[in-house]
Design a protein around this ligand. Structure first.
Ligand code: ATP
Ligand code: MG
Length: 426
């Protein structure tokens, strides 16, 4: 026999299992609920895409494209990339399937794994999960405010507090050239001290210097000009209307004129939601407008806007609030003896068919150890079935929540549980 061999998961990836997975499911189901109030429908997309899709949209000088992509040739020699984000694939699908022919705005949400070859640390993984939304066809600043409001409502319904909405406008193709020149002027004297990446970015895309994570570059950019001072009148007007709508909705925000976001496709509104409870990777969600992207990929001129939530950081925050989320069994059936094991087994199936969450013992262990198990899995009721109970036709029940107990006719257990559990059977 070959000796056993043990494997571990790769660096920077995670297994997600109970009880943690319940937090994930809660976030997923609640986001579906909230998104559907706003007319967002699910879109499911591939995990592999042609590399060019990301290079072209996120930008050659971005950290993602420069350093973080999982790119490999497939057997036919095509360059394939494991998607590092969701917006570009949604835009690709939107154009490929001519979804712009449907009434706008078109609204989609997605959820699934993303891949970036980053240095693994708290809040930063190589395979991580995002839930994201994208809306196409509305240029109105009210859409920006609506998306932020939807995000806030979702995060609040998840019980999150102390969130900070940071917002900026990164302008458009009209206002950015002058801003780029101003940035180059600002950094020209410091060029030699910038990191090698930023020295390249200086020529190719100086906005990227503002997003560099190297300490020295962060120091050197103090006092750099703000994009908001360079906005054209249309962008300025749009931004003011977004902010005014946020005020009307009582959504507190912080202006962050330094935030340019790490992806090239953004225009106008860009935002991040941060929490001080997260340490250094503090952005739990981020997004913005990308009014030119559809056109750049060969679609009709169509404004777009979206955001993505980082599941790992979100569930980390939820774990902190200490809330335990089920599912807990409605009942644990504790059979004693051969005959009772079969009766309990059949009873469990009957109850499940009625919508009750049931665990039942069938390994013949003692009452003591079965009660211990029922407690450990936080079952609400225990039904005890032994020889005596089978011959009298009455089972013993115990409510583990309040300690009350009694007995009930075996053939009426369903009615008994239904009356004791409001909302059940479902
Ligand atoms: P950061 O500044 O933290 O690197 P980012 O600007 O690269 O974030 P986006 O591409 O906008 O992030 O992704 C949106 C959200 O996805 C982030 O706010 C974060 O919650 C999450 N996220 C991004 N990268 C990772 C990662 N490597 N591991 C876990 N979550 C991530
Ligand atoms: Mg990043």
């Amino acid at each position: 026999m070959t000796p056993p061999q043990q494997f571990s998961a790769l660096k920077g990836v995670q297994d997600i299992f109970p009880p943690d997975v319940h937090l994930w499911q809660k976030v997923e189901s609640l986001s579906r609920e909230v998104f559907s109030l706003y007319g967002f429908e699910e879109i499911r997309l591939p995990i592999i895409e042609p590399t060019g899709l990301f290079v072209r949209s996120i930008g050659e000088t971005s950290d993602i494209v420069e350093k973080e992509m999982y790119t490999f040739p497939d057997k036919a020699g095509r360059s394939i990339t494991l998607r590092p984000e969701g917006t570009a694939p949604v835009v690709r699908a939107y154009i490929e399937h001519h979804l712009y022919n449907l009434p706008s705005p078109q609204k989609f949400f997605y959820s699934g794994p993303m891949f970036r070859y980053e240095r693994p640390q708290k809040g930063r993984f190589r395979q991580f999960y995002q839930i994201g939304v994208e809306a196409f066809g509305a240029v109105s600043p009210l859409l920006d405010a609506e998306l932020l409001s939807m995000l806030k409502i979702l995060l609040e319904r998840l019980g999150m507090k102390d969130l900070n909405f940071e917002i900026n406008s990164v302008g458009c193709g009209n206002c950015r050239p002058a801003y780029r020149t101003a940035l180059r002027d600002f950094f020209s004297a410091k060029l030699g001290s910038l990191c090698p990446d930023c020295q390249r970015r200086y020529e190719a895309n100086p906005l990227r210097i503002l997003d560099c994570k190297v300490d020295r570059c962060i120091e050197l950019r103090a006092g750099a000009p703000f994009i908001t001072d360079f906005l054209c009148s249309e962008c300025k007007d749009h931004f003011e209307k977004v902010l005014s709508a946020l005020r009307r909705l009582n959504i507190p925000y912080t202006l962050n004129p330094n935030m340019v976001r790490g992806l090239d496709y953004y225009t106008r509104t860009a935002f991040e939601v941060t929490s001080e409870h997260l340490g250094s990777q503090k952005a739990v969600a981020a997004g913005g407008r990308y009014d030119r992207l559809v056109e750049e990929f060969g679609g009709p001129p169509t404004p777009g806007m979206g955001f993505a939530l980082g599941m790992e950081r979100l569930t980390e925050l939820l774990r902190e609030t200490g809330e335990i989320v089920g599912p807990f069994p409605d009942v644990y059936i504790a059979p004693l003896g051969e005959r009772a094991i079969m009766e309990g087994f059949l009873m469990a199936e009957r109850l499940r068919a009625r919508g009750f969450l049931v665990e039942s013992g069938y390994d013949g262990s003692s009452l003591r150890s079965q009660l211990r198990k029922a407690n450990r899995i936080t079952a609400r009721f225990v039904i005890i079935l032994g020889e005596d109970e089978l011959s009298s036709g009455r089972a013993k029940w115990k409510n583990l929540g309040d300690g009350s107990q009694g007995d009930v006719e075996i053939r009426k257990v369903e009615e008994f549980l239904a009356s004791a559990s409001p909302g059940k059977p479902r």
